[in-house]
Design a protein around this ligand. Sequence first.
Ligand code: B12
Length: 485
Amino acid sequence: MPEKVKRSKSESRNFNDPCILLVNPWIHDFAAHNLWSQPLGLLYLAALLRQAGYRLNFLDCLDIYHPELQGEGLRRVRHGPWGTGKFPKQRIPTPPALADVPRPYHRYGITPRIFRRELISVPVPDAVLVTSGMTYWYPGVVEAVKMVRETFPSTPVILGGIYATLCPKHARQAVEPDYLVEGPGEYVVPGVVAGATGGPMPPPTDPSRPETLPFPALDLCREMTFTPILTSRGCPYRCPYCATGLLYHGFIRRSPESVVDELEYWLQLKGTRDVAFYDDALLMDFADHLGPVLEKVLSRGLLMRFHTPNGLHARYVDRESAFLMRRAGFRTIRLSLETADPSRQLQLGNKTDNDTFRRAVGFLTEAGFGLDEVGAYLMVGLPGQEMREVQQSVDFVLGLGLKPLLAEYSPLPGTPLWEEARRASRYPLEDDPLYQNNSALPCAGPGFGFAHLKSERERIRNHRSPQSSQISRRYHAIGLEKTLL
Ligand code: B12
């Protein structure tokens, strides 16, 4: 039963002092990896609104540091090094659509009871901004919005984010927001919020100059153990499986100066030395972009540890970039290989081949990176992909002494691979974004199933090569072995 909402008169709406509630909903999934995860898009919008004079409250359903977690019987958060951690989770029923997936389904984050208590404790907002992540996490959005509406029945709810952008029709029906914003919110949200609340209009931002945006409001997070950073928006590549081109049209970069200013700002304010890059093409034009960023990090004497949870393009790793990355403090490097099969490499955008990849690894080790600091992403469950292709790709990566990181494919509407994905899938993909869940291996053929994937992960875990003896220990220490292998 929902707890009854009691409010004092002083908590009632006050249009002279508009107040916005920001919500980062739960994840409902078979697995969720807290690899330097923050709702960066929402926090960018928060910064804009704050600059315009709005009061903000941020409720983060994925708050791993919430003091009431233990009281709710949830496991204490286990912290990994470098700012990573694990989401607390509660077992919930698997949605019937995914009943054939042989894994438990969870709600990741705080409990609904904690969320409701938080809702009751904040002032009545003039508008609620709700973000959305993976398309197939929408049940968490529906659940959070429902509770928001129970508590604040007359406050408009504005929904945006990745699910809202990639599946707007579904989101309108499932979430029933008052407003739904597709794509980057910076240029739309100020008008929508001002219109919905009668509050001030934030000054216009220039889409061609992302450095004019205020830094994201990361200080709203309870704890800040790392800085998630975007040095660019969009991607010049159009990989057939990827939705980046639908989420952001074009490719635009911030000035190196503004990137380093932001890193220094958070280092001084919060002491955060760990930094996770969210960029899609971080290394492109290294000499004009990341190179100058790292030179400035060094010249300002900033001691940082950099991580790239989103894979890097191997073709841009050369001697110069590898040495500078090493000197500037890169600690976790993820390279995107996707597959070691040459014809599939061509199909997936021809971004690298095995020789280029091998050379990139050579430059990294020459620059001083330990093989345990470099992981290689491989895609699994692509339409038409045989188990043999995955095994050969894994062998190739293990042969280089690196850890293969198996990333299951998530089919996304509007991407070039979507039609092929629909034909290959055992599910009616277009009927429900739940079918886009990568853990369900929605497009894997009959020769590739959950058991194959499990045994391949085990093979990786048990693999011991002279170079990789410390890898397992390191990955184990940061709790990634179970989640990413
Ligand atoms: C960085 C990133 C990650 C990070 C984590 C990010 C995080 N926040 O936690 C890492 C590397 C860990 C990651 C992992 C994965 N990711 Co990822 N990731 C991204 C990436 C590159 C950027 C997301 C981002 O933060 N962008 C920057 C911010 C500023 O943009 P934004 O969030 O979209 O916000 C803007 C708008 O959406 C809007 N907005 C946002 N919120 C709101 C709210 C309101 C009210 C309004 C009005 C507007 C609005 O305005 C914002 C500002 O412009 C995207 C691709 C992309 N370019 O978007 C893929 C992407 C989201 N990931 C994807 C996938 C598949 C995955 C994995 C499943 C990969 C795998 N197979 O293992 C994993 C699973 C993660 C998990 N936690 O379990 C897919 C989505 C799949 C899906 N079905 O939805 C994407 C789209 C890439 C792709 N393949 O096309 N990812």
